[in-house]
Design a protein. Sequence first.
Length: 334
Amino acid sequence: MQQNRKLVDIDPPEGKPHRFVFLLLHNFTMLSFASAIEPLRLANQAADQTLYEWVLAGEGGEEVLCSNNATFKLHLGLEEVRRDDIILVCGGIEIQQASTPAVLNWLRKQSRHGVVIGGLCTAAYTLARAGLLDSKRATIHWENQDSFAEEFDEVNLTKSVFVMDGKRYTTAGGTSSIDLMLKLIADHHNEDLANAVADQLIYSSIRTDQDTQRLSVPSRIGVRHPKLSTVIQLMEQNIEEPISPSTLAKDVGMSTRQLERLFRRYLNRSPKRYYMELRLQKARNLLMQTDMSVINVALACGFASPSHFSKCYRSHYNTTPYRERGSQSTRLSI
């Protein structure tokens, strides 16, 4: 059984311990929240002193439901917090509905008071809706990147695991909260403490804000071929204005026929088909996660006409874009 024991020598903090206010939105994601709060507990344990404190807040101030149906009791409602607190907004599914006017107004008020505010998981959406990420660098889970970029073009969206831009923090979701908290622990105290916490978590590969959240193209497709990887990256970066197979082939020093053979050999489909699947996947994300019209979704994914878009969509997903949109309420999910 694990015993509490001091692992790192830390000078007692000057003044009060750092306090985190976790704003738990309805249907927040457990993993991102747990990955943020546990490093704080372990930092206290490793230093054998109270370096960090935390409280749970939420609209109504009583309890909130997590996306896995667990219920959490809250310490605070949307009340005034200390100016030296750090607010971490915990998002999850149905983030649009969870970003209520009361929550947005509260965040704006705390921002005016100079409080540091972060968004975990899809909560970057909440911060952006509140106007707190304007002209800031930020990140959000890769599944929500397309819809976020369409709605918040004033935000400098990155694919980083986490981003710290002044008094604004964002994470990509999942275990990326651990990386953010380890960085904060190192900044507040020292690297030895952060490493001790990582060891307690059995977290052997600490990521920085320079690390991207998705696997590399070779890892994702299971193929290590530099020219194939380059072509796929070009496709992913040019969805709205697709590049012709002949141009893609020329860009990597191949003939169109060689490119066709390359895709057939490793991916069992033509370059044109693979490109179409990428565009349709983005279209589905936009239909599910935004209020964009079907026509605008089609244009954002490189389709010149709604009829052509609908035909391609039906062929791939066995339903029309309009039925897909009507099959569930618009939401951001993870």
